[in-house]
Design a protein around this ligand. Structure first.
Ligand code: NI
Length: 154
């Protein structure tokens, strides 16, 4: 496994719509292992493939004390509620902002073995799922900021 470079703004890879993964083979699984190691080293609770310069629909999430979640070709199938959250991103260093996220979401994805699964997330997990899936569509949390005073330097 390897810790990879994390791409930050204004790198264009962060703004591309990532491609679907068609075959989940050993090179994809190696990429996922590297993403997990990179996320842990950062440290962060989530990482999407475009953040390591790979425009593919893959994301990993690791909430404190929870199992690692690997999402391949994830799709949000349901979202409910709205809440204001503080958010930051490894690809937007030095800032944090206040945005609105869903309270509960349901996502369909494939795992490392290619098996389809559903995951439900509330609050922090819902926020992480939305944040990482946004990355796969070239969207960053700063795009959801409603006014400049909601973004601050840290
Ligand atoms: Ni991010």
């Amino acid at each position: 496994m390897a810790v990879l470079k994390i791409y930050a703004l204004p790198d264009p890879v962060l703004r591309q719509k990532a491609r679907r993964v068609t075959t989940i083979d050993s090179s994809i699984r190696r990429l996922i292992d590297d993403m997990i190691e990179t996320m842990r080293a950062a440290p962060g609770v989530g990482l999407a493939a475009p953040q390591i310069g790979v425009s593919l629909r893959i994301a990993v999430i690791e909430m404190p004390g929870e199992d690692t979640i690997t999402l391949i070709n994830p799709k949000i199938v349901k979202k409910e509620g709205e809440r204001v959250v503080k958010e930051a991103c490894l690809s937007v260093p030095g800032y944090q902002g206040e945005i609105k996220r869903s309270v509960r979401i349901k996502v369909r994805a494939r795992d490392k073995q290619g098996k389809e699964f559903h995951i439900r997330g509330e609050e922090l997990l819902a926020q992480a799922l939305e944040h990482e899936i946004d990355h796969l569509n070239g969207i960053l949390y700063i795009d959801h900021i409603e006014s400049p005073d909601k973004l601050e330097e840290v």
